[in-house]
Design a protein. Sequence first.
Length: 823
Amino acid sequence: MGRLVFELLLALLITGLSRFSTIKYKYPTPAHDANQCSGYRLTSISPTDHGLNGSLVLAGNSCNVYGNDISNLALEVTYETDDILHVKIYDVEERQFQVPDYVLPRKRFQGAKNPAYEFSYTDNTFGFVVKRKNNGEVLFNSTGVQMVFEDQFVKFGSQVHDIMNVYGTRDIGSPLRENIYGVHPFYLDLRRSGRSHGVFLRNSHGMDVFLSSTSNTSEIEYRALGGVIDLYFILGGEDGSPKTVIEQYTDIIGKPHMPNYWALGWHQCRWGYKTIEMVKEVVENYKKAEIPLEVMWTDIDYMDQYRDFTFHPINFPLSKVQSFLAELHSQNQKHVLIVDPAIYNGDDYAPYKEGADLDVFIKNRDGSIYYGRVWPGYTAFPDWFAPNTQSWWTRQFQRFLKDVPVDGIWIDMNEPASFCFGSCGTGHPPGEPPGDSPGDPVFGPGVPDYNLLNPPYSIRNGSPYLSSKTVATNATHWNNYTEYQTHNLYGHMEGIATYKTLITINPKTRPFILSRSTFPGSGAYVGHWSGDNWASWPYLYYSIPGILNFQMYGIPYVGADVCGFNESTDEELCNRWHSLGAFYPFARNHNAHNTIAQEPYVWKSVTEATKKALHVRYTLLPYYYTLFAVAHEKGTPVWRALMFEFTDDYETWNIDKQFMIGPAVLVTPVLEAGHVDVEGYFPKGIWYDWYTHDPIYGANWTKVDAPLGHIPVHIRGGSIILTQRPAYTTTESREQPFELIVALDETGHASGEAYLDDGVSLEPVESLRISFRICDKWQVVMTSVGSYKPNAKLEKLIIIGVGLDLVIDDVHVDMDKNAIITF
Ligand SMILES: *[C@@H]1O[C@H](CO)[C@@H](O)[C@H](O)[C@H]1NC(C)=O
Ligand SMILES: *[C@@H]1O[C@H](CO)[C@@H](O)[C@H](O)[C@H]1NC(C)=O
Ligand SMILES: *[C@@H]1O[C@H](CO)[C@@H](O)[C@H](O)[C@H]1NC(C)=O
Ligand SMILES: *[C@@H]1O[C@H](CO)[C@@H](O)[C@H](O)[C@H]1NC(C)=O
Ligand SMILES: *[C@@H]1O[C@H](CO)[C@@H](O)[C@H](O)[C@H]1NC(C)=O
Ligand SMILES: *[C@@H]1O[C@H](CO)[C@@H](O)[C@H](O)[C@H]1NC(C)=O
Ligand SMILES: *[C@@H]1O[C@H](CO)[C@@H](O)[C@H](O)[C@H]1NC(C)=O
C-alpha cells in the first residue's frame, strides 16, 4: 500500500454500534483457513445486451470455513455506462439477503457505447480483472484473493501490482478503530498514474475490509457476514478525476438533498438545557454577545420521561414551548428537536399502542414484540420494512408538529442503540427497567439462533457480541428479514421515513433532518454529524478527514460537534474549534450534560474568535449555497481535500489538515495547542489572504501567522466569488447587498459561478444561475439565466491581483440581468 490517506485502518469495520460501548473488541478470527478453499469454476458464460451472464460452481469440496458453502452462483456483468461497470455474483437460489431496491433504488443505466474499462476473467478457478482501457492499469484483480461464498461468510478481494492510495474508509467519531454509526462500503483509489476510480459494494452485512501491501503489491480483502458480491467500478472519465468519480458514484446511490439556506447558519445545542428558560436564555446570550445564531436545538431534555412526541410538563410546558417558538420565528431563527426511534413500551402511551395495533414493531422469532431498553425505559423499535410503519410514523409527527411546528428533526440513536444485550425488555412488564441489566448472557451453540447471535466468523466489532448495545441480531423484521441482515439499514430507512413524513406535512418545503447512522444513498434525505466526539485536540483534527470522507459518500451536509461532545473542553481548544467549526458544512456547537458550558459567549476570547470566523462564513453564504446546489445537481463535494482540486500534484495526496471549500477557498487551521502559526501547503498558483489580500505563491509549504482567534483563509487566484454582507441571521443577510471578490491569477484572469433561489422550496419555481468572468483586462462580465429576483443588488467589487487591491463601490447591478462592469 502506498500512503494511507485519512488514516486508513487495517480493518474497515462495518456494523453500526451504539453510543456506550465499553467492552473491548476481540480481534477478527484469522481467515487463513479460507485460503484452503477451492474457489469456483465458470461453467458457462454468454454475452447479454450490455455485458455477460455466467454460471459458477464450487470447484472442489466444500470447505465450510465460517458457514456453509453455496455451490451454485450466478455471474452478471453489466456495462452500465462508459464509466460504470457492475459485477454481481450471487447465489442462484437468491436466499442470501440483498439490499432491496426500495431501500436503495437500483439505478437503471443506458448501457455503455465505448466503455473506458475492460472486463476479463479466468474460468478454471474463477477470477476477474477490471482494467482501465486507456492506460492498461489494473483496477481490480480478484484472482489473487481466494473467493469464498458461504451463507455467513463472503470473502473476496483484489490484489494488484501497484500502489493503491485508498480514501474514504473511516468515519471519525469515537472510538477510532472500531465500528461506529454508519456504513459506507465505498473507497476511492488514486493510483500513481494520477487517475482514480471508485469501488462500491452494495451489501448491508457487517464486514471487515483489510488493506495490506508489500513493496510492489496492494491488496484489499472484504469479509462480509453474508449477502452477495455486488460491486460497482466507477472510472471517473478519461482522466479518472476524483471529482468525477464521486459525481458518478452519486449517479448510482442518488444525489445529495439541497439544504435550506438557513441550514448554513450557525447552530447551538446541548444535552443538559434542562428547562425551556435555559434554552431561551442561550438565545438571548447569543444576541447580547452579538454572535449570529440561526438555529437553536433541544436534545432529549425536552421530553416527558424521554418519550418521543411529548414535552416535560414542568420543564418544557407546551404553552411555553409554543411561545418560545413563536418568538424565535419572529426573530427569523429556527428550532430543531431530537427524536429517537425507540418507542416507550406502555399501553397508556399512544404512539406505542397505535404502533402495536398496526404491527409496526420489530419482533421476536415467536411473533411477539421485541423489547430493548433506551432512555425512556423498555422500548419497542419501529420496523421500517413493515407496511404500516410509514403511515404510523407520519401520524405521530402530524400530531406533534401541529402543536409545535419546529423547523427540523434530529434523528439519533438509530444504529439502533439499545442499552443492553439481546431481548432485555422482552418478558418484562412495561415501564422503567430496574437499574442496569445484568451482564451479557452467554449463548451456547445449542440455543436457537446461535449463528445469528454468534456468526462463525467474527468481524472486528466494538464488542464480542454483535448484539451488544443494539437490537439483537436474531430479532425479526417484516418479511422474516433478520436484524443480522438489515442492521446497517436501520438509520438509513428511518431517514427516508422521516423525510417522507416531513414532505407529507409540508409538501413544498425542503425537510431538515440530521441523522447519526447512514448508508449509501442517505444523503438524498439527511445530513449527518460525526456523533459523540471528545473535547480534545486530536478530535479537532479528526473532524477534517471525517467531513472529507462524507463528501465522498454523497452526504456533503456534515459536521462535528464544535468544542467536543464528551468531557469538558477548555478555552483555547474551544477557541480554535469555533474558528474551524465556523467553516463546517453543518456548523453546530454541542456537548454532553455532565460537562462545562461551552457556548461561544462563555469566554471573551472565544466570543471574538467565533464572531470573526462566522463573519467570514456568513460573507461566503451565497458561495456556500452555490456549492450545495452543484452538489445537489451533480454530486460534487462541497468541502474538498486538496487532492480533489490538485490531483496531479502528488504533494496534496496526503493532506488532511487543510481543506478547500469548493474550488476557490483554502482553509489552514491550527490544530494543536500553544501555536501561533501554522504551516500549510499552497498548491500551484497565487493565494490571497482573506483578511489582508497579501499573496502567497505556490507550490510550496509556507508558514502563516495564526494567533489565537485567527484562522488562515486564502482565496485562490483565478476565482470570482459572490458574497453578501453578513447580518445577524441568514434571512437578514439575504437582504444585504451582494459583493464580488475578483481574485486574479498570474495572467489576470478569473471566473466563478453562483446559484440563487428562495432558499426553502423543495422545487423552486424560480432560480438564477449566474456566471462571472474577466474579459478584456478591466471588465467583469456577468451572465444571468433564470427568473428569480433576489431582494439585493450587486453593489461592490473587490479586485485583488498582484500589486492590485481595488474596491469599486459605485455599482448597482440587478442580479438577474446580464452586465459588463468596468473597473
Ligand atoms: C442474465 O441473467 C439475469 C439474471 O438471471 C437475467 O435476468 C437475464 O435475463 C439474463 N440475460 C440473458 C441475456 O441471459
Ligand atoms: C491477476 O492476478 C493473478 C494472480 O495473482 C495473476 O496471475 C495475473 O497475472 C493478474 N492479472 C493481471 C491482468 O494483472
Ligand atoms: C515484488 O517484490 C518481490 C520482493 O519484494 C519480488 O520477489 C517479486 O518478484 C516482485 N514482483 C513483481 C511482480 O514485481
Ligand atoms: C434470540 O435468541 C435467543 C437465544 O436463543 C433467545 O433467547 C431470544 O429470545 C432470541 N431473540 C429474538 C429477538 O428472537
Ligand atoms: C416467516 O417465517 C415463519 C416461520 O418460519 C413462516 O411461518 C412464515 O410464513 C414466514 N413469513 C414469510 C413472509 O416468509
Ligand atoms: C465520556 O467520557 C467518559 C470519561 O472519560 C467515559 O467514561 C464515557 O464512556 C464517555 N462517554 C461517551 C458517550 O463516549
Ligand atoms: C517556500 O517556502 C519557504 C519558507 O516557507 C521559502 O523559504 C522558500 O523560498 C519558498 N520557495 C519557493 C519556491 O517559493
